[in-house]
Design a protein around this ligand. Structure first.
Ligand SMILES: Nc1ncnc2c1ncn2[C@@H]1O[C@H](COP(=O)(O)OP(=O)(O)OP(=O)(O)O)[C@@H](O)[C@H]1O
Ligand SMILES: [Mg+2]
Length: 269
C-alpha cells in the first residue's frame, strides 16, 4: 500500500514573470508531521495555497489519498479532508470561544439553511452534535474553562489554540499549519508542540507544517522539505537536513531573520 497521503509532482506556479514554485516534488506520509521550511519568499505559503485550491498551479499535480486536487475548488478540497490555519490569526470577536469552534464545523452538516431556519429536528440534532464535539475539542486543547470567553479576552497562545480547535472541527485528515509558532513565547511553543503530537495520536491527523523556528521544526518533524526561491533544495530526516550544505547556504545567504538562523549549524555567532 502506498503510504503517501499527499503527493506533489512537478508543481509549478507563476505570477507574471515570477516563478514562485518550480518542479517541486515531494510526498507527505500518512501519520507524519512533514515540515516545509525555507527563507522568506521561498514559496511555502504559495505551496499551501496550491494544496488548498486557492491558487491553480501552472503545471504539475497534487494528489491527496490518490485523488487529484489541482482542478478542484477550495470547498471540494476541504470536504476531502484538508484544512488549514492562516499565517495571521482570524477569529470571530463577536462570538464566544465555544461558538468560534462551532463555526469551524460549518459546511459539514447536512441540513440546509432553510431547514435550519425552521429548526427541523435534524438541524437541532446537528447543532447539539456540533456543540458536543466543540466541547470535546476544547477539552483536548486543554481550554474547556475558556468556552464562554471572547477571543479578545485570551492571551495570544490561547487564541492560537482556539484557531487550532476551529480547524479540528472540520474533521480533517491533513492539517496545514502556516507558522503556528509565530509570536509565541517559549512556553507557548512547547505547549503547541505537545498539542500537535497529542492531536496526531488521538485523532490520527497528519500535518504539513510551515515554520521558521528551527529548534521546533527539528524536534517535531518526521520529514523536512526545504524550499529556496521556489525550488526544492533538500529533503529528508531532520538530522540529514540540518547537516545539508545547500540548506545551510540558503539560510546563511538569505536575509533570514535571526530566529530563522537559530538552531541551524554554523549559525551561532
Ligand atoms: N498572489 C501573488 N501574486 C504575486 N506574487 C505572489 C503571490 N503570492 C505569492 N507571491 C510571490 O511568490 C513568492 C513566494 O511567496 P510566499 O508567500 O509563498 O513565500 P513564503 O515562503 O511563504 O515566505 P514567508 O516565509 O515570508 O511567509 C514571493 O516572491 C511572493 O511575493
Ligand atoms: Mg509564508
Amino acid at each position: 500500500m502506498d503510504d503517501a497521503l499527499l503527493s506533489v509532482e512537478g508543481l509549478e506556479i507563476r505570477f507574471g514573470g515570477l516563478v514562485a514554485l518550480q518542479s517541486v516534488s515531494f510526498a507527505a506520509r500518512r501519520g507524519d508531521i512533514t515540515a516545509v521550511i525555507g527563507p522568506n519568499g521561498a514559496g511555502k505559503t504559495t505551496l499551501f495555497n496550491c494544496v488548498t485550491g486557492m491558487y491553480t498551479p501552472s503545471a504539475g499535480s497534487i494528489a491527496f489519498a490518490g485523488k487529484e486536487l489541482t482542478r478542484l475548488k477550495p470547498f471540494e478540497i476541504a470536504r476531502l479532508g484538508i484544512a488549514r490555519t492562516f499565517q495571521n490569526l482570524a477569529l470571530f470577536e463577536g462570538l464566544s470561544i465555544l461558538e468560534n469552534l462551532m463555526m469551524g464545523a460549518y459546511g459539514r452538516g447536512h441540513s440546509g439553511l432553510l431547514e435550519g431556519m425552521v429548526r427541523s429536528r435534524r438541524a437541532v440534532r446537528e447543532e447539539q452534535e456540533t456543540r458536543a464535539r466543540a466541547l470535546e475539542m476544547l477539552a483536548l486543547l486543554g481550554i474547556s474553562d475558556l468556552a464562554d470567553k471572547r477571543p479578545g479576552e485570551l492571551p495570544y497562545g490561547a487564541q492560537k489554540r482556539v484557531e487550532f480547535g476551529r480547524v479540528l472541527m472540520q474533521d480533517a485528515k491533513l492539517i496545514l499549519l502556516d507558522e503556528p509558532m509565530a509570536g509565541m513565547n517559549a512556553a507557548e511553543k512547547d505547549e503547541l508542540v505537545a498539542l500537535i503530537r497529542r492531536i496526531r495520536s488521538t485523532l490520527g491527523v497528519s500535518f504539513l507544517l510551515v515554520e521558521h523556528d528551527m529548534p521546533v521544526v527539528m524536534d517535531v518533524s518526521d520529514h523536512i522539505v526545504v524550499l529556496d526561491f521556489g525550488r526544492k533544495i533538500a529533503e529528508g530526516a531532520p538530522e540529514a537536513v540540518r547537516r545539508n550544505e545547500a540548506v545551510i547556504a540558503a539560510y546563511l545567504g538569505a536575509d533570514a531573520p535571526e530566529e530563522a538562523l537559530h538552531g541551524m549549524p554554523g549559525a551561532a555567532a
